[in-house]
Write a protein that binds this ligand. Structure first.
Ligand code: GTB
Length: 216
């Protein structure tokens, strides 16, 4: 069954891998699945054909036979559940890995996004200088808690799982802020994720698409 995902025709990050198709590509690579990419322009994203797949007019989406999904949490969970070794077999460990996926998306990503949006959209507001430290401290608080839990282990709960894939994907977006470097344990955790062959393949593929250069 062919798997098709959507991605930006040209990501605004120019191929830094920060758009959310990268985490889906990574999950597919970890699961050893071939996939095709249908690039969509910003205009096409808001047209009926794409809105039928994604009610919010965003990327990525995922199609496989009669399955059509949006939301990276749902997509990565589907890939992990059906196709790969991204979720442990043991029921309790599996439930904990899923909890880490939710933690990445519901507890860590919101503060990371708040920081991104502050930089992108609020830099010219008169209150920006007062608000930024508050936003940064909310990120630091989460990083400090996560770092304490990770301790000196490689991954969040035993072997690498979809929970780590999602958490590393979320943390990557902090790199340019410098906040990640304040937590060497987490900086090393992210680097471990990025050094996985499956991540490298996913990153290379999105880079090739966004620069027009071959990925090899
Ligand atoms: N909760 C959804 C999910 O996890 O799937 C969020 C999906 C989403 O935000 N998609 C973004 C999108 O389609 C792309 S990833 N935006 C277009 C729109 O809403 O019109 C967010 C993103 C975009 C660009 C960068 N970048 O350039 O660095 C990073 C992340």
């Amino acid at each position: 069954m062919t798997i098709t995902i959507t991605a930006f025709e040209r990501s605004p990050d120019g191929g830094k891998g920060l758009a959310r198709d990268t985490r889906v590509r990574w999950a597919l690579e970890e699961a050893g699945l071939d996939y095709e990419v249908r690039p969509v322009s910003f205009r096409a994203m808001k047209e009926p054909a794409h809105l039928a797949l994604h009610p919010f007019g965003q990327i990525p989406t995922y199609e496989e036979g009669d399955i059509a999904l949006f939301e990276t949490g749902a997509i990565v969970f589907h890939i992990a559940e059906r196709h790969g070794s991204l979720l442990p077999r043991d029921a309790a460990a599996r439930a904990r890995a899923v909890a880490w996926m939710f933690a990445a998306l519901n507890t860590v990503e919101p503060v990371v996004l708040d920081l991104s949006y502050a930089g992108l959209l609020e830099g010219n507001k008169p209150w920006f200088k007062d608000r930024l430290p508050l936003v940064e401290d909310r990120v630091r608080n989460r990083l400090s808690q996560l770092s304490a839990r990770l301790g000196d282990t490689d991954w969040l709960d035993g072997a690498f799982s979809a929970g780590d894939l999602m958490m590393v994907s979320v943390l990557l977006r902090l790199r340019s802020s410098g906040l990640l470097d304040e937590f060497p344990t987490l900086a090393a955790y992210v680097a471990r994720g990025e050094s996985r062959p499956a991540y490298r393949r996913a990153f290379a593929a999105q880079l090739a698409q966004n620069t027009g250069l071959p990925s090899g």
